[in-house]
Design a protein around this ligand. Sequence first.
Ligand SMILES: NC(=O)c1ccc[n+]([C@@H]2O[C@H](COP(=O)([O-])OP(=O)(O)OC[C@H]3O[C@@H](n4cnc5c(N)ncnc54)[C@H](O)[C@@H]3O)[C@@H](O)[C@H]2O)c1
Length: 447
Amino acid sequence: MKLLGLTREEVKKALREGKVTIAVYGLGKMGLPLAAVFADNRAKVIGVDINEKVVEMVNRGENHVKEEPGLSELIKRNVEAGRLKATTDGVWAAKQADVMIILVPTLADDRGNLKLEPVYDVAKKIAKGLEKGDIVITEATMPPGTTESLVPILEESGLKLGEFGLAHAPERTMTGTAIRDITGQYPKIVGASDEKTLEAVIGIYETINKKGVIPMSSIKAAEAVKVFEGVYRDVNIALANELALWCEEHGLDAIEVFTAANTQPYCHLHMPGAGVGGHCIPIYPWFVINLAEKTNPRLIKTAREINDSMPHHMVELTIRGLNEVGRSLKGSNILVLGLTFRGGVREFTKSPAIPIIKELKEWGARVYAYDPLCTSEDAERFGAEWKEDFRDVDAIVIVTDHKEFKSLNLEEIAGQVRSKVIIDGRNAVNPKVAKELGFVYLGVGRV
Ligand SMILES: NC(=O)c1ccc[n+]([C@@H]2O[C@H](COP(=O)([O-])OP(=O)(O)OC[C@H]3O[C@@H](n4cnc5c(N)ncnc54)[C@H](O)[C@@H]3O)[C@@H](O)[C@H]2O)c1
């Protein structure tokens, strides 16, 4: 049932009566939970992905996003009820659907060049199945202006904007908490091409989100909201990192200082660390930098540089720690703890572990790695040897904030290693306990 022209209440009713078909393009860590949540609210959902394995798994009622609590049950329940299915055929899905949601990766390379091909690929497929009254929504984080740049592609359908609706409703969540967040942790932000589309899209998201919807004055404003959230994080982490380096120079413990400063309500110092990874926070600043023509976003550029320099700082700390026990990197065995970019998530995009391993090896160290979410193949892919114990290790370098690294048994480890050096990039270890056991402990901002 087409939703354009209906009130939000009529949209909600139609969705809950199973009269609306929604196609979700991209069944990854964001798209799959969204598809399952819509299906659980009685929409008919077709998930579309170019990865055949993902499509086959969903059609068998299986979940490939293991980090997402509750997702396996949602998928099983809704596939069995016939409300959720998946396909690789994006054109067919567009022909069936009344609402098409684009949730494929939007990335940038290391020099900030945007890589939006997946979005344009999906838009071309949607255009081949677009019908009057359909609504196309982008949920992937977009450089502001990108959603509207899809109009000429969508109009290749023969329809004009207005005959179909276009909107942006950014995914405001992260891997591992997607279901919680999209069903009611934060309000949904929505910008649309016209009032009719806005009204219908408000109805669509009010159906699944208990916190409601914040309507924006334009699609571009809605795109800016999500991008700015990421920029805020990146710039504030850079500030924390810069102050942490300053604390190191002045013999202060950054965590002690930040914790005390943050008791004042206008201060929100973030955690310093080994570097910023993932396909969100280090990517979105480039969306702003790249689109600036008259302005020069120099704070945002500098923040990127600072955060990108932190893996190198981790190597510097490792050299310093080893020197304190009379060793150098050449010939030392280094165990890197954590390959993923953040704790609890199997995701490697821009993980600080990658440049850290590379640089440690360039200095002549033998580099081992362990990560509770990874396999030996992952370690080898990034140039490290897999190691599940601490025997003969000269320095332990903690890169990822996995919960397992916050409860390391240092007493046991002290009995296994060759030299007692811990380089803590995630504030995982209690420095006092480490020092009492004879470890040289160096952390970011904690020298
Ligand atoms: N992961 C997060 O924490 C997060 C948070 C907020 C927003 N986002 C946004 O959501 C987007 C998607 O993120 P994700 O974590 O789900 O990514 P992901 O890598 O887990 O999944 C993306 C999926 O899209 C599929 N895909 C790629 N190109 C396609 C195409 N042309 N047609 C159909 N399917 C295609 C892939 O096969 C994959 O299954 C991100 O780029 C970002 O803009 C992500």
